[in-house]
Ligand binder design. Structure first.
Ligand SMILES: NC(=O)c1ccc[n+]([C@@H]2O[C@H](COP(=O)([O-])OP(=O)(O)OC[C@H]3O[C@@H](n4cnc5c(N)ncnc54)[C@H](O)[C@@H]3O)[C@@H](O)[C@H]2O)c1
Length: 255
């Protein structure tokens, strides 16, 4: 028996990085996974490999959410798990962020999480379920170089608690939690490292050794947290923020 046997799970932004790791682990643990992304070639390839379903979805488009939910409810009759994972990280500070960058970042992160939560609550309220929103440690600390991103991730943190509070008050048995990764080795962080320090992990002589030396986690570290939250093992975990950063946020500054 897998830890999420038979449960129906949507993972957005699942064609690479953290979403891919989440989809792989949930499928390996018995979930019926619906992966979505805008990178259809990678998405389809991975979905076929792990026996998942794949749908093109731009999470910043409201109609796309309607199409996805119609597909899930007509094809699977239920939804048990939603992982709101898709994201972008534009490098720009308070002086350089354009209005277009601001709006695009909030659309991809905040609009999408709002629509995802709204649809999920509607689909889950009879039987219960688990909503997992991907935030970041920048929601707790801020970030000079990722102004809009940090604002969006902070919004996801408080939206999560608001959804959890609503569902608890209504007796829906829907849990809603946010996950806050530190730096994890994906294309997003590789781009950030190159920009901030000129470091290219993938071109290092021993990329794995460099990753460990830099204190950067791997996608499975986050997928393990997502699996826990998705499973019934987390039945008493609700409205909270799970930081997965090997202490970088909370203990390293203590010296
Ligand atoms: N990697 C990290 O260290 C880290 C840390 C904190 C939070 N996060 C968050 O985790 C999530 C995944 O990040 P990642 O590192 O895997 O990034 P990534 O860039 O490797 O992957 C992001 C995925 O989202 C997809 N995507 C982008 N825009 C989309 C859209 N509009 N609609 C649908 N899909 C879209 C991309 O095609 C890609 O497959 C993001 O929300 C990110 O902010 C990552």
């Amino acid at each position: 028996m897998g830890r999420v046997d038979g449960k129906v799970a949507i993972v957005t932004g699942a064609a690479q990085g953290l979403g891919e790791a989440d989809a792989r682990l949930l499928a390996a643990e018995g979930a019926r996974v619906i992966m979505t992304d805008i990178d259809d070639e990678r998405g389809w390839t991975i979905a076929q490999e792990i026996g998942a379903d794949y749908l093109h979805q731009d999470v910043s488009d409201e109609d796309g959410w309607n199409v996805l939910m119609d597909h899930v409810i007509s094809g699977y009759d239920e939804l048990d798990i939603l992982v709101n994972n898709a994201g972008i990280a534009i490098i720009a500070d308070i002086e350089t962020t354009t209005t277009e960058q601001w709006r695009r970042t909030l659309a991809v992160h905040l609009d999408s999480t709002f629509w995802g939560c709204q649809h999920a609550v509607n689909a889950m309220k009879e039987r219960g379920g688990s909503i997992i929103n991907m935030s970041s440690v920048v929601a707790l600390q801020g970030s000079a170089n990722y102004l809009a991103y940090a604002a969006a991730k902070g919004g996801i943190r408080s939206m999560t608690k608001s959804v959890a509070a609503h569902c608890r008050a209504r007796g829906y048995r829907i849990r809603c939690n946010s996950v806050h990764p530190g730096s994890i080795n994906t294309a997003m962080v590789q781009a950030a490292l190159e920009h901030s320090a000129g470091i290219k992990i993938t071109e290092a002589e021993d990329p794995e050794a460099l990753r460990l030396q830099l204190g950067i986690g791997e996608p499975l570290d986050i997928a393990n947290m997502v699996l826990f939250l998705a499973s019934d093992d987390a039945k008493h975990v609700n409205g909270t923020e799970l930081v997965v950063d090997n202490g970088a946020t909370n203990i390293l500054s203590a010296g």
